[in-house]
Design a protein around this ligand. Sequence first.
Ligand SMILES: Cc1cc2nc3c(=O)[nH]c(=O)nc-3n(C[C@H](O)[C@H](O)[C@H](O)COP(=O)(O)OP(=O)(O)OC[C@H]3O[C@@H](n4cnc5c(N)ncnc54)[C@H](O)[C@@H]3O)c2cc1C
Length: 240
Amino acid sequence: MPPIPQFVTSTVTKMRFRSAVVSEVVLLSGHFRLIQLEGDELKEVAWIPGQKIQVHLGNLVCRTYTPIEWNPIEGRMHFVAFLHGNGSGSEWASSLGPGATCQFTGPRSSLNFTANKGHATFFGDETSIGAAFAHRRSSKDAERNLYFFEVSSLPESQEVVDRLELRGTKLITKVAGAQHLLEVEHLMIESSMIAPHLHWVFTGNAQSIQEVRKSLRNHRLVSSNASTKAYWAYGKKGLD
Ligand SMILES: Cc1cc2nc3c(=O)[nH]c(=O)nc-3n(C[C@H](O)[C@H](O)[C@H](O)COP(=O)(O)OP(=O)(O)OC[C@H]3O[C@@H](n4cnc5c(N)ncnc54)[C@H](O)[C@@H]3O)c2cc1C
């Protein structure tokens, strides 16, 4: 596709996007960055934990991230970016440093963690750790929540979870052929038998969500008491 003329992208950018400056980038661990954005256009914004932003990478290409907290008085928000290394969003996040400018839309509806009543079981992967942080923060029964993540590198993800103080977390290492999902399902079913959970949240990879949900449904654990949002899928670019 030929590039979109700059006058078109700059007009659209002005019309629809908030402008912000990258004020801090924290290296949480190897492939994870905690990115802080600041600016007047982030003030007086009504943010609901679970909502998304869509960052404009140029040429009207956008990629989606989840704010982990938002300070509407100071005009400041944070999100965690996982650098999977195979796309323009990942490349953009790895190139960021303080002083970089950024345009994005949102916050916009995605999941709504404030709607959840009671304690929850949350499933996801590296892209969901930020969302899980926002979920835990907004939860009235946080100490009883459980967070299960399938991850490529256990030490890297453990470091992030520790630094964000995301308690109640279990990390499961991904293996080829997705055999590890059997362990995920087993752990989630087992924990639910010990202490039934009122709500389920499924995020991260679309194929994994489908597999895990199917198994939990077969055990009559998941029905209408679940919120689901796929964050990425094999072979697809830029899910929103
Ligand atoms: C509502 C929502 C909220 C999200 N929040 C976050 C967030 O807070 N932090 C975060 O890091 N990500 C988040 N994501 C996921 C992120 O938007 C995707 O991973 C996105 O594909 C990254 O864009 P990209 O340009 O790097 O890759 P793309 O160009 O979109 O994809 C290129 C290739 O990489 C593959 N790919 C995409 N993501 C991954 C991955 N994680 N691991 C391995 N392969 C991958 C794709 O299948 C594709 O084959 C969110 C997505 C959604 C829809």
